[in-house]
Design a protein around this ligand. Sequence first.
Ligand code: SP5
Ligand code: ZN
Length: 343
Amino acid sequence: MLTIYSEQQKLHNPAREFLGGDLVPYLESPKRLDYVLEAIQRNDLGRIEWPDSFSTEPIARVHRPDYIQFLETAWQRWHQTYPEATQASPYCFPHRGLRHVVPETIEGALGYYAMDLTAPVVEGTWKAIRASVDCALTAQKRIMDGEPVAFALCRPPGHHASKDVMAGYCFFNNAAIATQAFLDQGAEKVAILDVDYHHGHGTQSIFYSRSDVLYASLHADPRRDYPHYLGHEDETGEGAGLGFNMNLPLPLQVTGWVEYRRALELALGRIDEFRPDYLVVSLGLDTYERDPISFFNITTPDFQELGRCLAALKKPTLFVFEGGYALEALGHNTVAVLEGFSA
Ligand code: SP5
Ligand code: ZN
């Protein structure tokens, strides 16, 4: 299987994130890429290529221009205000009853464009998030040119980013940008299957009122885990998009392969009925039994079975890397899905 990867993605390297009320080492670390790359090479999964460089045009098909510009200049603005700081985070948010007007200060703008404290901006963030999108768009282009399947080894991840809000380690929504690129290049329908442990609320919101993109997601029940405020079963789309959003929230602790597989069959059935031209898989590996922030019980052999189930749809498939934080197993688990798909 073809993998697209860029070293530039490591330039996003925040030291810490807020977790449990304190600053802890940043879980979504550049090392994640090394573990996955190493496993791909060790298992001879196929060739690994660098991405092409794309302009911001395909990004602007999904994200608001002012949000793109904010991300490009945020670090410089923060650095001018706080020359000693190593990362930029908001401390204040336009919550209920407040005005949604972009403030002039960087502190205010950060709160306006962020949902939470888990997407800190650092000096290398802009270059890394552009490279991450480049990986997704290059893999997308290869598939458009006839490659049956490709793996975009993206980082930072993307599925928590909406059109103008960063959140949950995500800035640009790589899967959504690639999905829109398929449509802009002639596809009529694209299905997104999100198997990350967390609900991809950014992706859902981007396509919520559209019938040309089916978004289906299996994830931790938002009543019990992040992103807390979206991802319920009764969110089925709106307007023209009604019926084109499918959420399958699952309980923490008791969700193993048997329960997961049952929900997966429902999602796959809906995708099959939708008859998409392309399948985009938001591939999070944080459903793993030993993931440090997650509470499902999926094992390495289960991931291989997941790959086989996805292949049964028989669609040209773009895998976009999302979450997964059990470093020592991240490589094997990723390769297990991709090998299962190719078997
Ligand atoms: C891409 C991705 O996987 N982003 C995930 C970001 C999650 N960050 C917040 C994690 C907080 C988990 N703690 C909730 C415990 C519930 N029992
Ligand atoms: Zn996740």
